[in-house]
Design a protein around this ligand. Sequence first.
Ligand code: NAD
Ligand code: UD1
Length: 313
Amino acid sequence: MIKKNNVLITGGAGFIGSSLANVLLPQNKVTVIDNLSMGDFNNLQESANLTKILGDVTDKKLLTKVFEENDFDYIFHLAAIASVADSVARPYETHQVNFDSTMMILEILRQNKKSLKRFVFSSSAAVYGDEPTLPKTEESTIRPLTPYAIDKFASEKMAMIYYNLYDIPASATRFFNVYGPNQNPNSPYSGFISILVNRLRENTELTIFGDGEQSRDFVYIEDVIQALLLIATSNQSLGEVYNVGTGIKNTINDLTKFAQKFTDKELSIKYDAARQGDIKDSLSDVSKLESIGYKPNYDLANGMKKYLNYEFK
Ligand code: NAD
Ligand code: UD1
């Protein structure tokens, strides 16, 4: 566990960032930087330990000032344009956030890392692309299909190189599909489960891209926080990249059926053309993460029950 430390969370008003901040806040000083493009400061608990900075992670002047004025023990770089489809629509703009910000922070740290214990970069299962062998281990073929996936792979590699060449203590996570409370459903590019829950609540039409038989390894936010804390604090994880998933995959159709049955609601569903760059099947092997103590506590049914009970309480 991280206690009595000074922690920076970029993208800390977003889904994963705010969930992590809320776990750390009681026992740590937490600084959050977010431009609120997807996040919301209301996701964060009020706390005297919290500093909120409204700003852009591509703003070098701002970032330099923040690093000059603080001595961070842990940095979780979560700010990104998290949508694969948005990166297909806006490759250059998303590249500036999804790659350039990582490089800039690493470079600031190279000049002066102060007492940094760990920089954790949030990469993605998207790096594996469409090479069909499942499950994916960290050594599986990397075949990125989109600007998003290339930027995530380049960023995680850059972080590892800054560790090897300049001794910046870095690790990276390859998250599979994360879900849970406070994931913003209000963009067409939002995560599927957040959109599904929103359509159930508002009784509006759900669009499924493709035949709905594509599958994902859906991982509940609490297991993701467990993974982030382990990766940030383990000695073994220095300079290493970890899959973060459950090792179980489910199709979009099965998930949609489950959520309708559990909430006793019937959705109107439209099937549309598959999205460009969309991966067919995705499944993690988490044995490397298990070797540092990870044990996922939620399969999709249990995680969805907890999430839906929270949403429909
Ligand atoms: P999110 O969109 O909820 O969080 C990202 C946050 O970054 C948002 O609050 C957004 O406002 C902020 N942000 C975006 N651009 C910014 C900028 N230029 N400057 C400052 N802040 C900016 O997404 P999330 O699901 O919490 O994802 C967090 C990280 O994990 C991202 O890097 C994402 O790529 C990665 N990831 C997420 C998943 C998933 O399934 N949710 C899976 C793999 C990887
Ligand atoms: C998600 C994450 C991405 C992460 C990746 C890791 C988001 C927005 N995306 O991408 O950051 O790196 O997991 O695996 O958090 N779909 C529909 N209807 C919709 C929305 C989506 O059918 O309204 C489909 C998509 O076409 C896709 C599947 O649902 O086949 C999942 O989509 P999405 O939740 O956006 O996830 P990924 O693209 O897997």
